[in-house]
Ligand binder design. Sequence first.
Ligand code: FAD
Length: 416
Amino acid sequence: MLDVVIVGAGPTGLWLAGELRLGGASVVVLEARLERDRNSKALTIHPRTVEVLDCRGVVEPFLAEGLRIPNGHFGGLPDRLDFAVLDTPYPFTLALPQVRTEELLEERAVGLGAVVRRGCRVTGLTEGGVVLDDGEVVGARYVVGCDGTRSTVRAAAGVDFPGTDATTWGWLGDVVLDDPPSRGFTSATGADGGLMVVPLPGGVHRIVGGDPASNRPEWPGELTLDELRAVVKAIAGTDFGMRDPRWLSRFGNATRQAAAYRAGTVLLAGDAAHMHFPTGGVGMNVGIQDAHNLGWKLAAVVTGRADEALLDTYHEERHPVGAALLTHTRAQTALMTAYTPEGQALRALLSGLIASAPDMSRELAERLSGLDVAYATGRRVSDQVLPDGGRLFERLRGGGHVRTAAGVVRPDGHLA
Ligand SMILES: Cc1cc2nc3c(=O)[nH]c(=O)nc-3n(C[C@H](O)[C@H](O)[C@H](O)COP(=O)(O)OP(=O)(O)OC[C@H]3O[C@@H](n4cnc5c(N)ncnc54)[C@H](O)[C@@H]3O)c2cc1C
């Protein structure tokens, strides 16, 4: 019998698979899709995730291929958050399409011996494993649901997913622009709506935004190029010469969190544990960091190096981080969809404060970047030179604990 079955080969499941192998657990990832979705939801990798990649020795391709952006935004406010002030070797966000991030994470997981089986849709749980839609049972001591917001594992385990339904819808188009904005990245927000234009690899731009007509609970229907063109023109005064859509999509602000991240031998991570409006570009980052917290613990338990009670600390440590994520994205959603004169005044006021109050800007940047996360046991430890001359992040690559002057650092980079 396997130690662990992971359901879902998204970024969360793939990072977890690598972490479990590093810790000596046997693991299979079951993925419903035959092929990876080529449309990338996420583009933004935040500083703490880049640190996590460094702590496992796999950061180089991400740094080589990702576009470094030295600032971030809060709720699309025009004054941007300066990431250069952050205490990290990586004071920037990396723009890299999610499809490429997943390819790199899968390479790492498979390189460490994880098996990824595609075309395997899990339909339920059994005593000691999962059932696939063709009736096959895959036995494992633990099951981790990394199967996204509609998680089958979460439902089968009977874990509640309380929260709120969508009240507003964003839209996005990955399109060719004949007349792109002169600055690579641009944003505009006013009474007619708000949008951002971001260059993607392959001569395509992403236009993402929302408008007052999208502030309603009903699903507005599939997005068409004509609709996108009209709304973008109303907001920005131009449609940037858009044509040849590669992907047109909408996303809502339904906001929910799993009541328990652990139900006996079933655990939940990533979007299966939390869903929210994708403002600030953080969901995938928090999912990878969930996996980073869970991986070494679950590996230690299944290999007999730790008591099962260690798994309860996964919920205790990561549930509050997920709750803070929901608060944060709700606040940003309110700002992004504040199209009334009052809302515009609030945006102007807060934007001005970001520009004039460096402490506030830094605080928001720390939260977005994931660098502020602290557990009851200890805060994240910055990279540092150890007494023997080595670098902490390099020493963590083996996946073990490391002794520093400040105390023992856990495999996930937090003080023990
Ligand atoms: C428009 C948009 C932009 C975004 N931008 C960003 C960003 O810039 N930065 C960021 O951090 N986040 C961003 N996000 C959020 C990010 O995309 C998600 O948080 C991330 O994909 C979550 O990863 P995951 O592995 O937890 O789940 P998913 O990526 O949803 O992966 C789940 C996997 O499980 C599989 N699966 C589902 N059910 C089953 C089953 N029954 N059996 C087997 N397999 C199953 C699915 O096929 C899928 O491959 C964005 C989201 C959207 C919608």
